[in-house]
Design a protein around this ligand. Structure first.
Ligand SMILES: Cc1cc2nc3c(=O)[nH]c(=O)nc-3n(C[C@H](O)[C@H](O)[C@H](O)COP(=O)(O)OP(=O)(O)OC[C@H]3O[C@@H](n4cnc5c(N)ncnc54)[C@H](O)[C@@H]3O)c2cc1C
Length: 558
């Protein structure tokens, strides 16, 4: 067997899991799904940018995986007999990031993308080996910045933070150059008249230079949505890829439905911005929202669900069947059933200059990326709910001091007791009750924050550059227009919550009552935070997403 020697492998702690060799019995099971192909030294099996690259198991000889970069190549790994190619893209069918070239003539087994998906859906032992290896390989690519994207930006630029978050939440590897730490890059940008308003600059697949690109442009350039047929009538269209939408996608696709998920930003929803979820069943040490979401995303794709990234639904066409979900600047996607999983939007502070500082001192999530920005500095957290509490505990690990501002007299009514205890016992966290932010001052980023004691009227101003707004959220239902009944706060009404008046107004056409989680429109369901009466937790979002699929089956057979 050709042994593996590469910079990545020498650095990794888990080579046996990342680059395992299959047993003869396992190779025989793969062989039953594919065909044998001879290989000759120098043959190129796939190139960066290739779609739906086949899956290869080497039975004799060797293949090297390299990342071409202009004239040079970065060696990643060499696979020998018994080993297999691929990383997360093998599941999603997205473009390859690397080149695969034969280093030693021999033979391999080749499976095209669809046959490979058949194999992972039917052979649980192989599925586990492949999944683990692919995810570990992708993590290693990300850690080494070995993607097809170079991001040039500044830590003081909101766009840079947005693009970093978008790439990270899509699990896409990228290299980052900070202009403030690299003078030569700044000089180069000046030469090409790239000003602050053009930042960040994204060099996509070594070809396109995108100036301050929207997430949609990045998704287009990286081919995130290339394989989606927008004209196909789907069994189920799910709008929103937070925990509820992803759960629905996993259950529906695994039960054989043809599923498309439409997501206006990146998978994960609010949970994706949570630094650590400690109360989700099965994760006693907690799990980051990002990790949970990326696992769910891969799982949904493994079962054949498709995800459309960075495309928001703008309207539900509900006056005829099949229904259709309209996409911004795009087509209408026809659907026999629809699940509304669009969650909620963060509530904002009513400060005139808030938008000026969003991403440059005002944040709505506290993840590893934000924690790095305020390492060793003072931060303000606004809000007294669980998300504010988690952020306080998380940021207190790296920030010098965390000022926690709540308008009420305490945390007891709004926060879990375990979090209250951690806040009370953490010397880095200062809880300020009856307090609200009055002004933010700064230039291109927040420099000073003032707050007022609502009881005494006393105002304090501090030189603080980071404000985390964690004041709850309101439902994302604007795109539904008048298609479904909403409650007084704008949340979608479902099942037993729909009154006979609601059903009469909606002209409910069926003899049966709406199913649990079904809206006032037959075959259209609502799950997770967007639903009236929902408990705003990851577990309930996941539970509702999975339960709804059982009712989708019933509706499709009606
Ligand atoms: C910082 C933070 C920490 C949290 N910590 C915890 C915790 O520890 N434990 C816990 O149980 N819960 C926690 N929560 C709550 C939990 O994350 C939410 O209850 C859960 O994410 C709700 O899931 P959802 O799928 O219903 O909606 P969301 O997570 O809101 O996802 C909705 C998705 O829909 C997309 N979308 C919206 N509109 C459109 C459109 N028109 N077209 C297409 N897509 C659209 C959004 O981009 C988003 O990705 C936390 C929340 C936050 C903000």
């Amino acid at each position: 067997m050709t042994n593996v020697s590469s910079p990545i492998l020498t650095r990794t702690a888990r080579p046996d899991q990342m680059f395992p060799a299959l047993t003869p019995a396992q190779i025989a099971r793969v062989g039953a799904h594919g065909h044998v192909r001879p290989i000759r030294r120098g043959d190129v099996l796939f190139e960066p940018g290739d779609h739906k690259v086949p899956f290869f198991v080497i039975t004799k000889g060797g293949i090297e995986i390299v990342r071409p970069d202009g004239v040079t190549e970065t060696p990643i790994v060499v696979h020998g007999a018994g080993q297999f190619t691929g990383e997360v893209n093998m599941i999603s069918g997205r473009r390859s990031l690397v080149r695969g070239r034969v280093t030693e003539s021999g033979e391999l087994i080749e499976l095209d993308h669809d046959r490979f998906l058949d194999l992972v859906q039917t052979d649980s032992e192989l599925s586990e080996i492949f999944m683990r290896a692919f995810i570990l390989r992708r993590v290693e690519l990300i850690a080494n910045g070995l993607g097809d994207v170079v991001l040039v930006g500044s830590r003081h630029c909101a766009g840079t933070l947005r693009v970093k978050e978008f790439l990270t939440r899509n699990g896409h590897p990228y290299a980052y150059i900070d202009v403030e730490r690299d003078d030569s890059v700044q000089t180069l940008l000046d030469r090409f008249h790239v000003g602050m308003t053009d930042m960040p600059v994204l060099i996509c697949r070594g070809e396109l230079v995108l100036r301050n690109p929207q997430n949609r442009e990045i998704a287009d350039c990286l081919g995130f949505n290339d394989d989606i047929d927008e004209t196909q009538v789907r069994d189920l269209v799910i709008v929103g890829a937070g925990p509820s939408g992803l759960a629905a996608a996993v259950y529906a696709a695994s039960e054989g439905l043809d599923v498309l998920v439409i997501e206006s930003n990146a998978p994960g929803g609010q949970a994706g911005s949570s630094s650590k979820i400690e109360n989700y069943l099965g994760f006693p040490a907690g799990v980051s929202g990002q990790e949970l979401a990326s696992r769910a995303y891969t799982q949904a794709q493994k079962f054949g669900a498709q995800l459309m990234i960075a495309k928001g639904a703008t309207r539900l066409t509900c006056d005829r069947k099949p229904y259709a979900v309209e996409i911004e600047n795009g087509p209408r996607i026809p659907a026999r059933a629809v699940i509304i999983a669009t969650g909620a939007d963060y509530r904002k502070l009513s400060l005139d200059n808030l938008a000026q500082f969003e991403g440059t001192g005002v944040y709505y999530g506290a993840t590893f990326i934000e924690a790095q920005l305020c390492r060793g500095e003072e931060v303000v957290i606004i809000g007294g709910g669980n998300s504010a509490g988690q952020a306080a505990v998380f940021l207190a690990q790296t920030a010098r001091r965390v000022h926690m501002l709540v308008r009420s007299g305490g945390l007891a009514e709004s926060m879990s007791r375990y979090l209250i205890r951690r806040i009370e016992t953490n010397p880095a966290i200062v809880l300020r009750t009856h307090t609200e932010v009055t002004t933010l001052e700064g230039d291109y980023q927040v420099r000073r924050v003032s707050w007022r004691d609502r009881q005494t009227g006393a105002v304090e101003t501090h030189d603080i550059g980071h404000v985390f707004v964690m004041t709850g959220a309101s439902p994302t239902t604007g795109w539904l227009h008048d298609c479904v009944a909403l409650d007084g706060r704008g949340f979608v009404k479902t099942g037993p919550d729909l009154s006979s008046d609601d059903l009469a107004t909606a002209q409910w056409p069926l003899a049966r009552a709406p199913h649990l989680l079904e809206t006032s429109l037959p075959g259209v369901f609502a799950v997770g935070d967007v639903r009236g009466g929902n408990i705003k937790r990851v577990a309930s979002a996941v539970g509702e997403g999975s339960i709804a699929v059982a009712f989708v089956h019933q509706v499709l057979h009606e």
